[in-house]
Design a protein around this ligand. Structure first.
Ligand code: ADP
Ligand code: MG
Length: 325
């Protein structure tokens, strides 16, 4: 009997996609960072993100505040990936009956502080019991302004693949947390990711940006999602991938490979987007003046092959996939 272990997370999502709604008002359904729904004159964005104890966090290591903050940030990041504005959220919580009230309050404090920073209001949720593990799910509802929505689909051969800021720090942060190392910058990258809302909105509002995703499962995997949505290949260029100084230092001290963490480490929640090569220079200058978050060209799209390559070569590295080891 076939199990989800045989087809993997994305194979499962492809199958679930057959049950997706077919309606003129579903502008984007299953398969992107958010669903895009037409409601009157407005384009509503909806997404949900779940965090499960033992998979996404460990109660012995993370504070409840960390758990709430990070799960809310991950959820908002999907709105950023479409260039939208987050508005409201609903939180579903499943927890064992011996969970301390103070734990739950701290978890909501984390969600609430993240929400306040982005003008998001908590409007509901659901609560259930659990046998042993905590599960948290944050659903976010947002809005796209006018025609401004960037999807995974839309990249063209010849486009550059660009990321905001840098990647790999969150994965290194998790290693540091597990090893008991005090590396504040990396640990903050892991527990306090920044949903790139302003950056996403800016990119969606400027011509020449063709497609976008947020990097939740690692650069290789998420760049691969854009390539796959457009039947293209994406070539990642290692000469362009410079680790942040704190990442480089930590890797050097702990005999880790910074490049693998940059390519396949997840949970950075930076944006990755495809941009028209001929418009890129002008766009980057303007972005730099108005937004200031660093941008880094890390690859290019091609129609010569499909999938992801690193320096033109097929790679064994991959990102995070539930159900596949
Ligand atoms: P992201 O990493 O951006 O949160 P996912 O990989 O979790 O995206 O999901 C990709 C797409 O699949 C999204 O459109 C999401 O809504 C959809 N999806 C994922 N899991 C399910 C599910 N169990 N049922 C229906 N749709 C799902
Ligand atoms: Mg996403």
């Amino acid at each position: 009997m076939k199990t989800i272990n045989d087809i993997g997370e994305f194979g499962m999502i492809d199958r679930i996609g057959r049950f997706g709604a077919q309606s003129m008002d579903v502008l984007t359904g299953i398969g992107d960072d958010c669903a895009v729904l037409r409601m009157g004159d407005r384009k509503v964005l909806v997404s949900t993100d779940m965090a499960v104890e033992g998979i996404h966090f460990e109660r012995e290591l993370a504070t409840p505040y960390d758990i709430g903050y990070k799960c809310a940030a991950a959820s908002l990041s999907d709105i950023a990936a479409m260039g939208g504005t987050p508005l409201y959220c609903l939180v579903s919580l499943s927890c064992p009956k011996d969970t301390e009230v103070a734990f739950i309050e701290a978890l909501y404090q984390g969600i609430s502080n993240l929400n306040s920073a982005y003008g998001v209001g908590l409007v509901g949720g659901d609560t259930t019991g659990a046998f042993d593990r905590i599960t948290l799910d944050v659903q976010v509802i947002g809005e796209a302004k006018g025609s401004q929505v960037l999807r995974r689909k839309g990249a063209q051969a010849g486009d550059l693949l660009v990321i905001t800021n840098t990647v790999g720090m969150s994965a290194a942060g998790l290693k540091a947390i597990r090893a008991g190392h005090s590396v504040p910058e990396l640990i903050a990258a892991h527990y306090r990711p920044i949903p790139r809302i302003t950056e996403g909105q800016w990119l969606a509002a400027h011509e020449g940006v063709h497609a976008m995703i947020d990097i939740s499962d690692g650069l290789i995997q998420d760049a691969g999602h854009i390539a796959h949505a457009n039947q293209l290949g994406v070539n990642l260029l290692t000469e362009k991938l410079h680790p942040a100084p704190s990442l480089e230092k930590y890797c050097w001290e702990n005999n880790l490979d910074a490049l693998s963490l940059m390519l396949s480490g997840g949970e950075d929640y930076e944006l990755a987007f495809a941009v028209d090569r001929s418009k890129s220079k002008e766009l980057f200058t303007l972005f730099n003046q108005e937004i200031r978050t660093p941008l880094c060209v890390v690859g290019e799209f091609t129609h010569d092959w499909t999938g992801v390559r690193v320096d033109g070569k097929v790679t064994d590295l991959h990102g995070f996939n539930h159900f596949v080891e």
